[in-house]
Design a binder for this molecule. Sequence first.
Ligand SMILES: Cc1cc2nc3c(=O)[nH]c(=O)nc-3n(C[C@H](O)[C@H](O)[C@H](O)COP(=O)(O)OP(=O)(O)OC[C@H]3O[C@@H](n4cnc5c(N)ncnc54)[C@H](O)[C@@H]3O)c2cc1C
Length: 470
Amino acid sequence: MTETTFDVVIIGAGPGGYVTAIRAAQLGFKTAIIEANHLGGICLNWGCIPTKALLRSAEILDYMHHADKFGLKAEKVGFELAKIVERSRQVASQLSKGVEHLLKKNKVTVYNGYGKLKGKQGDLHKIEIARESKAEEMLLAKNVIIATGARARTLPNLQPDGENIWTYREAMVPEKMPKSLLVIGSGAIGIEFASFYCSLGAEVTVVEVVDRILPAEDEEISLMAKKMLENRGIKFHLATTVTSVTQTSQGLKAILESDGKRTELPIEKAILSVGIVGNIENLGLENSKVKIENSHIVVNEWAETSEPGIYAIGDVAGAPWLAHKASHEGILAIEKIAGHKDIYPMRRENIPGCTYSTPQIASIGLTEKKAKEQGYELKVGRFPFIGNGKAIALGDPEGLIKTIFDAKTGELLGAHMIGAEVTELIQGYAIAKTCEATEAELMSTIFPHPTLSEMMHESPLAAFGRGLHY
Ligand SMILES: Cc1cc2nc3c(=O)[nH]c(=O)nc-3n(C[C@H](O)[C@H](O)[C@H](O)COP(=O)(O)OP(=O)(O)OC[C@H]3O[C@@H](n4cnc5c(N)ncnc54)[C@H](O)[C@@H]3O)c2cc1C
């Protein structure tokens, strides 16, 4: 077996791993990355990107259905499912090839295969690369970054079968449009699929175990999202569990249970979107001091595990399970390894989160409830889309921008948005939070007119009793 020594070996080439590899190479480290499947990981191949391509088709279809609202004519509006899926797959493949090019350009050595820790040789970690279960190569490195991601969580009574009970994988490449669909779980992934299939004409029912949808979002935004999605035709069962999904002679049947009451729901397909579990198996972690908690590797704010020289980033290192968190964590880890002094540890409250459904939802920082629980005295601003000229011109006058400030210091604690293009807008508040902006900076910033971003000005103004347009 050949043995090659690197400064850094990264296991997994998702947005955590490949971005870290590029930064490691830029910093002058001799870098290798091991990938078992596709470069770009779940995000580029089976997550963020292909879903956004699907949702774009759905969004255009929705606009076409409402063409007359804009003085336009669109006759015989329809779609070809196979072409929508083909476009989504093509977009994913284009980006995966882009990652290959970037790694090559940065002189990162790419190994295909499964990476596994094999203990230490002197002060170097040993990493075996296996192909088709056969150990073929050994790498040695002072630093190892585990970026193996995660996979869909399943429930003991609800096992995906690829046929009737789907995970996101099957939901992303449907061969036929189901007439009715049950979405189990109302996090970002569940709501995005609910939105997509609703736009394409399926009868969609979402079941959520807690008493509101998008449970990580601010309560007010959850409520608005539910109302807006209901207006599109999506049905919700809250504080409800799905106890079984079974095949009967009349088709698929789901049993829902709420408050001791059972309801039967005939459905054609179900999507299980109840969270994820980290890919921690067969990594040789037993050969190290790395600690595991709830299927995730335990790390500190620099992505360090309990084993010196071993780092973990991205989905395998715990929530929030977002691509940009994975990339940022990786850059922090590698810059820490390089001895950089001007870096800041991970601040989870500064990680924005987005849901790309219609309507879009985006947020950063504390919800109103959490801010109150932490003892802050608050100033809360709200600005509805109906007060914004651009939103009305776009034909998207429904939505809200809510901002939460510490009444004592004026610090922006959280921002919560729902409506057109908010997934693009949220970045403005992410910069504000990174710079620890207060209401004073936000109020004295000049926003271009007419833009949706003007609402990001009005919301802080409203929080401090200075609202202009509502
Ligand atoms: C349907 C869906 C939609 C999503 N949409 C968004 C979104 O809009 N925005 C967002 O921020 N996030 C989104 N996510 C989440 C996002 O995809 C993940 O947070 C992100 O991919 C995590 O990156 P990662 O690098 O940690 O892991 P991954 O992207 O999962 O990459 C891990 C890689 O490691 C490889 N690997 C695993 N074990 C080994 C091993 N032993 N050896 C070698 N290679 C290995 C895997 O093959 C994989 O390629 C979505 C997820 C899903 C499922």
